[in-house]
Unconditional design. Structure first.
Lengths: 366, 366
């Protein structure tokens, strides 16, 4: 995988922030910067001003010797691989950091215990990093959009395969298990998160976990699910009604959420303010006197994490840019009674805005 | 769930260590101490000397209001539940800690970023805790052994259901997916870890991940898997040979590993030194000139984590005690050729040593 451009961008950010070396401990950030997917590793990245062609160092242990060599093109990524114990890693890091003064470490992914070890080992004081690699990860390149597209396709196909089983009245747990099974059989590493299958009154809880309740005729069923493909996550929600004649209330709520979601998606355009997506969804629901029942945020970025930058809410002061991939997921929840949520994932690409989750939104299953 | 005895034990440890208040951030430790399973929470526990009947404080957010009330018997656990924002949590903690001088925090599960927030919020200096709740978690009570027994039974049953499918020559990925599916259908929350199905030459890699390689006649197949039940993990490995006439080499290696594993299990007795389990396994393999091919450690404790205290290796200076639940899992790996591993989970109970993983070890599948 070509990752040189990502490391170059990071080196420039470090330079601006006055950081000479960044210690990267978040494994997803290491994967993003180098392509390495091992479960143990630490990456040292020097700023561009230290020396434009100074290589970074990736430390990992003997289990990953072959894998690291296979996954990282050292000259492309400008990263040298070092295999060894934690002690060797600290010794090498001391040498590497000679002549540098500001050493920063990722503060969210470094435990206090590990921070204390680094502080003891190094000659310099180590500070929490003000540079966030997550900010770079927000803007996906074409390879990443392609991975996300595949993840979404797998999830769509899996749901379309298991949807007919809804009429067999499975339990929520059984249906979630079938859906996860199909995603894996289609090549996914696993679900993106714990699949939500919430039926009847359970659908009114936005974060419901599947239970042993049977899904029966007359139930609304919220299905919020995703597949992981090469580390990239999909995220999609559909709401169904089991039976041929939905209640008036279901029809009214469903139609309002559908309009709200379309209103939000219509704002997922290059350079549009992100807060306007949130506003469009909420204004639309307000038109049906349902705004108060939309009790969570409107969306989020999707990538190596299922929830990442940018956050789609009213206080965002950012605009959509090339490479943003965001969800739009308004919902209405009537406590103890009924919930409806519809969610798509949209990528902002050179060719325009692309909805990656394309399974039908037709809600009736009989 | 009755957890008062766990909190009482912790309070005494804090007292011995001279810690007035421990800030618990590890969610598994919070679950262990209180029964609360939410995905966000912080627990403050005062030492027994501060005041024998001082309640602890569990902070969590609004999503978990009902769940926390349902899961925690406040008077039994001696923990008061407080719902609110991070800011409110810090304000309440300052009040709670008035008059205390030594405040410690769990160093492995607290990020540098969170530690800095706590340090800013509190009047006292916060230090990394020298008391490890993981040490208490090592010794399971009867309820916990019962959860582990169920987890092992689910895994056993699932494997016995899918084993006949081996002769259909599925891919490693397909077989792993079927096994995970059956565990969930039997009520597991999920697999205990990423299921290992390693066939043919792949079996020689102890940590192989399932691939799209077909499992074919003449293959050895290592299956290392477990189920999670109420948060408790099972862990079991079986090795099979697909075909009616195993190679001489497979028979020789399998028989050696089997003897080694039996030798190790025979040492899983109350008060036995843990290092002697390791020694028994390695000595047995040495008798077949195979010791050098056993390249990982012999076992580990199992509980709320699939790998936890006690570690079963030659340098252990601990002995088995009531409530220990450990794996015994010797293996022999001939690089690029063949691997065999056999693993059971054994509980040290009042009634004696109980093997929780009881699925047959007969290796031939045809």
């Amino acid at each position: 995988m070509k990752t040189a451009h990502r490391i170059t961008a990071l080196k420039a950010l470090l330079d601006e922030a006055g950081i000479d070396i960044l210690i990267v401990t978040n494994l997803l950030n290491i994967r993003y910067l180098t392509g390495f997917t091992g479960s143990a590793g630490t990456l040292l990245i020097p700023s561009s001003s230290r020396s434009a062609d100074d290589f970074g160092l990736l430390f990992t242990d003997g289990r990953y010797r072959e894998q690291a060599a296979l996954q990282i093109d050292e000259s492309d990524a400008q990263v040298a691989i070092q295999i060894g114990s934690a002690r060797k890693q600290f010794e090498q890091s001391v040498l590497f950091a000679r002549g540098s003064s500001i050493i920063a470490i990722e503060a969210d992914s470094t435990s206090l215990a590990l921070f204390n070890q680094w502080s003891e080992a190094m000659e310099q004081t180590i500070v929490p990093s003000t540079v966030k690699i997550e900010v770079l990860r927000r803007f996906k390149d074409e390879t990443e959009v392609s991975q996300l597209r595949t993840a979404c396709q797998i999830a769509d196909t899996a749901l379309s395969r298991v949807l007919p089983k809804l009429s067999d009245e499975p339990t929520e747990n059984e249906f979630a298990t079938e859906l996860d099974y199909q995603m894996r059989m289609l090549g996914a590493e696993g679900p993106s998160f714990e699949t939500i299958v919430a039926s009847g009154a359970n659908s009114s809880m936005p974060h419901a976990r599947p239970t042993d309740k049977k899904i029966v005729e007359g139930d609304a069923v919220v299905i919020d699910f995703g597949a992981t493909w090469n580390g990239y996550h999909s995220d999609c929600t559909r709401t169904y009604f089991l039976g041929s004649t939905p209640s008036d209330k279901f029809e009214r709520i469903y139609s309002a959420v559908e309009q709200s979601q379309i209103a939000g998606v219509s704002k997922t355009l290059l350079e549009m303010e992100i807060s306007s997506i949130d506003k469009a969804c909420r204004d639309s629901l307000a038109g049906h006197q349902l705004a108060e029942f939309f009790t969570h945020s409107t969306g989020h970025g999707v990538g190596l994490e299922v929830h990442e930058l940018p956050w789609v809410h009213s206080e965002s002061n950012s605009s959509l840019a090339l490479g943003d991939v965001v969800t739009v997921e308004p919902g209405v929840y009537l406590p103890g009674e009924l919930g409806v949520r519809i969610e798509d994932t949209i990528a902002i690409t050179q060719a325009g805005s692309e909805c990656l989750t394309i399974i039908s939104k037709s809600p009736l299953i009989s």
